[in-house]
Design a protein around this ligand. Structure first.
Ligand SMILES: [Zn+2]
Length: 361
């Protein structure tokens, strides 16, 4: 999650609104804690709590022989473990979990993986990039505090106090992980996953995470879209210091456009947050338009005055932001400026203070 005006949560989503298209929600009420809702025969929807404004993450259980395959785990904290215990002793009692499928490396999706795997001895299915990035976070969380992070924020105009706040409090959610096994089963776009009596086509998309997994069951027109397309908020798209000149927004928009050809408009979308919905293509159009609009705001703000990422944040996010939200807002602005820079709509101006600023071209 992470949201805009930042509805922050784990590593996920931003931005609200953008409701030009009409979505239908065949299951208008979410499952209560410890309960599930059957959204298709042998496919259960459950929710786990998150300690953010976006206060939940969806997980799905897919009938797999005599047990259940699990899609995503919740964040790695005690509230999630309690919620899992409720599910395991409640609606899931009597049937084993067979495998764990994780869509992407954000802690609200992969956070409880180590704990669940230790407890239930499950194989882990992930894409390689998501597995490796999550493994890096779990094996070397201190890498988040290193100098390249500090330089990245400072070079883009964040003051010393805000930089420290983002690197400490703002990064806390990245530590809500319970580890990962040393081996996994690699899943790649184009694969077909057979789960129980169902066959799922594997798709991946970048932008929100590098190689996020989505699953489509053509026979039943079911799309497990993870965080790539959400009904109410737009997933966070951020530049990080590992790839400071990267173009996650360009990659994300390409993915959204390709989903319009890969997945039918009337598929039942089972998202990582909020309610299942139908009306996919309209939603994709709205999300694309949202980012284009935000690009327009940034270009206008840089029309007469060169501005840094930090200086652009208030143009894009009008509410006051806490440390957690500031980190996301800042990195999300950079995703837009990098996108505009690559497409010649902004030019880089390096000032005497060494801070990167952009001017409209
Ligand atoms: Zn996410």
């Amino acid at each position: 999650m992470h949201a805009t005006p930042l509805r922050s949560g784990g590593a996920a989503c931003s931005h609200e609104g953008m409701s030009a298209s009409t979505l239908t929600h065949p299951f208008p009420a979410a499952p209560a804690a410890g309960e599930t809702i059957e959204v298709a025969p042998g496919l259960l929807w459950a929710r786990l709590p998150l300690p953010y404004r976006l206060d939940h993450v969806n997980i799905y259980l897919i009938e797999d022989g005599n047990g259940w395959a699990v899609l995503d785990t919740g964040i790695g904290n005690e509230a999630t473990k309690d919620a899992w215990e409720q599910l395991l002793s409640g609606p899931l009692a009597g049937r084993p979990l067979t495998r764990l499928i994780v869509t992407h490396m954000h802690p609200d999706h992969v956070g409880a993986a180590g704990w669940l795997i230790d407890k239930l001895d499950l194989p882990l299915d992930m894409t390689e990039t998501e597995y490796l990035q999550a493994l890096l976070l779990t094996t070397n969380p201190e890498s988040l505090g290193q100098d390249h992070y500090r330089r990245f924020y400072v070079d883009n105009g964040l003051g010393p106090e805000a930089t420290e706040a983002v690197m400490t409090r703002g990064h806390d959610y990245l530590r809500l992980l319970t580890g990962l096994p040393q081996s996994f089963r690699r899943v790649i776009a184009g694969d077909r996953l057979i789960i129980g009596g169902r066959s799922f086509d594997v798709l991946t998309g970048g932008g929100h995470a590098s190689e996020q997994m989505m699953l489509y069951c053509a026979e039943e027109n079911l799309f497990l879209g993870a965080d790539q397309v959400l009904p109410r908020i737009s997933p966070n798209v951020s530049v990080y210091p590992r790839d400071p000149m990267g173009d996650p927004l360009g990659i994300f928009l390409r993915s959204l456009r390709s989903l319009k050809t890969a997945i039918p408009h009337d598929a039942l979308v089972l998202p990582g947050h909020d309610l299942p919905f139908a009306g996919l293509h309209g939603r994709l159009d709205d999300m694309i338009a949202h980012h284009e609009e935000r690009c327009g705001v940034i270009v206008e703000a840089c029309r007469a005055t060169p501005r840094s990422a930090s200086e652009l944040v208030p143009f894009v996010f009008s509410r006051p932001l806490d440390a957690h939200q500031t980190g996301f807002a800042f990195s999300e602005v950079l995703a837009h400026t990098n996108y505009l820079l690559r497409r010649g709509r902004l030019g880089l101006v390096d000032g005497l203070d060494g801070i990167h600023r952009w001017l409209a071209k």
